[in-house]
Each structure stands twice: as structure tokens, then as C-alpha cells.
Ligand binder design. Structure first.
Ligand SMILES: C[S@@+](CC[C@H](N)C(=O)[O-])C[C@H]1O[C@@H](n2cnc3c(N)ncnc32)[C@H](O)[C@@H]1O
Length: 272
């Protein structure tokens, strides 16, 4: 099956689980004791989640909290790439206020339906969920102030195209503020694949310096990468053992190398 179809199926099922009263966790949580630990849990504080519909919180499948790290100002237009159940779109909508707008973009019908339901429960009007792919953003050039994303770019098989599209739709001086899984330094390919499978990054995460280089290639400036959560091999022990991986043998090769990062970059004010 094509990668995109696998991703769609996985997140379609996750959305249906939330609709059925369960949690959205899948893939990443395998082998973890609590649901979705340690990647997707405890990303938002109570003040944030308290204001949101319960289903939007249960559908959270990110690996960071981009709106907490991004500067969002009243009146701005925000776009969330791979918006899932809509948690970051709803949080952004509050921050940009009624004179601003928050778009969510997702390719999975079930996620879009869940997000639209969450929008209606939250009673926010300055939000629009769009169907489409992050490799082909259905918005005009120079139309967005801030692009956020939460653990989605790592799922794309064509990250250059995603970053090119992000650059295109950003206004001159517009900001990219995304949470994503990245790796640091060399890791043997097989180990890398097993750990990323545990994290839920089907297509694989980029090494942090590759990520910066790709952003620079598209014309972004002010590129900055900050680790927000470094994954512990112990969290992945059950999953990796189940995959036939000798965890004790590979532990030293993994330590400090898989992490969620917050990535900032800017489109030059001149338009690039
Ligand atoms: C890991 S979930 C994250 C959802 C959301 N950002 C959050 O924090 O809960 C990934 C989401 O991205 C969507 N997605 C993955 N690849 C995509 C693509 N190439 N284009 C559009 N949406 C995509 C999936 O449908 C899913 O809803």
C-alpha cells in the first residue's frame, strides 16, 4: 500500500476510536503502560485543555505543544499542517481572536469530521478545516502569518515538497513554528527504523541538521531547533523486545538520539 494510504488508514481508525468514546492513540502507544505515553501525553496544561471539548483532547496525537511555543498575535492567520482532531487549531483560534483565522489542513476524512465536530462543540467561528495534503496546500501564495504543525511532517514521504509549500503560502516575514520528531547523530538504519516505528513515524524522522538544511534550501531564515522531549529507551523496551530487538545491546546507540523538537524558521521579509 502506498505510504499515504497507510497513514490515512491509521489516522482514520484513530479518529473513529475517539468517536466511539476511546482514545486516539495508536502505533506510538504500543507497549506503553498508559495510553499514548510517553510521546503524546502531558503536552498541554490544564488551563489549555480545560477550555476544549473532551474529544479534541482525547484525539491529540502530537509530540509537542506548538501554540505554546509560537508567538501568535490577534488578527493573524494560522495554518496547522495535519490538524487531526483540531486541538492546536482551536487553541490558535483563541490566540488570534475573532479578527484572526485558524485553518486546519488534513487529508483524512474521519479526522476532518472529528475536527469539525470539535469546532462546533467549542463554539469557535474563526476556524476552517480544509481537506488536502500538506505536500499541496490548498491556499494561495503569501496568505498565512504562522504555520504550525504537530508531529506530522515526519510522516511525509516528500518533506522537501512540504517545506516548499509552507514557504509559498507564508507571507513575507511569516513564521514556521512546528513540533516534530527528529534524530541526532548517526544511528544504525535498522535500529533507527525500529525506534521510529515505536514513535509512530512511519516514513521516518529527519536528522536535525538535515532538517535545518532542508529549511535553508527552501529559503527560510532564522532557523532554530530546540529539543522538547528526549525519548528514553526504557519507554520503548516492551515494544522493541516484541520486535526481536536486543534492547540492552542497542541502548547506547539510542541514548539521547530520538527526540521531539520545536522548530522555528522565518520567510524573509523581502519574500525570499
Ligand atoms: C500524528 S497525527 C497529529 C494530529 C494533530 N497535529 C495533533 O497534534 O493531534 C497526524 C495527522 O496528520 C494527518 N496527515 C498525515 N500525513 C498527511 C499529509 N501528507 N497531508 C495531510 N494530512 C496528513 C493525519 O491524517 C493525522 O490527522
Amino acid at each position: 500500500m502506498e505510504l499515504k494510504e497507510v497513514v490515512k488508514e491509521k489516522y482514520g481508525e484513530a479518529a473513529l476510536r475517539v468517536n466511539a468514546g476511546g482514545s486516539s492513540c495508536c502505533g506510538a502507544s504500543t507497549g506503553a503502560a498508559g495510553c499514548c505515553d510517553p510521546i503524546t501525553s502531558h503536552l498541554y496544561d490544564a488551563a489549555e485543555t480545560g477550555e476544549l471539548p473532551e474529544e479534541a483532547v482525547r484525539a491529540s496525537l502530537g509530540c509537542g505543544n506548538p501554540t505554546a511555543m509560537a508567538q501568535l498575535n490577534p488578527g493573524e492567520t494560522v495554518l496547522d499542517l495535519g490538524s487531526g482532531g483540531g486541538i492546536d487549531v482551536l487553541l490558535s483560534a483563541r490566540r488570534v481572536g475573532p479578527s484572526g483565522k485558524a485553518y486546519g489542513l488534513d487529508m483524512t476524512d474521519e479526522m476532518l469530521a472529528l475536527a469539525r465536530e470539535n469546532q462546533s462543540k467549542a463554539g469557535v467561528e474563526n476556524v476552517e478545516f480544509l481537506k488536502g495534503e500538506i505536500e499541496d496546500i490548498p491556499l494561495p501564495d503569501n496568505s498565512v502569518d504562522v504555520i504550525i504543525s504537530n508531529c506530522v511532517i515526519n510522516l511525509s514521504g516528500d518533506k522537501d515538497r512540504v517545506l516548499r509549500e509552507a514557504f509559498r503560502v507564508l507571507k513575507p516575514g511569516g513564521r514556521l513554528a512546528v513540533s516534530d520528531v527528529v534524530t541526532r547523530g548517526e544511528v544504525p538504519e535498522e535500529v533507527r527504523r525500529s525506534v521510529l516505528l515505536w514513535i509512530g513515524c512511519i516514513a521516518g524522522a529527519l536528522q536535525e541538521d538535515q532538517y535545518s538544511a532542508k529549511l535553508a534550501e527552501q529559503g527560510f531564515e532564522g532557523i532554530d531547533m530546540e529539543a522538547t522531549r528526549v525519548y528514553d529507551i526504557e519507554d520503548a523496551r516492551t515494544f522493541l523486545s516484541g520486535q526481536g530487538v536486543d534492547v540492552d545491546a542497542i541502548a547506547p546507540q539510542i541514548k539521547g538520539k530520538f527526540m521531539s523538537a520545536f522548530i522555528r524558521a522565518r520567510k524573509p521579509a523581502s519574500g525570499g
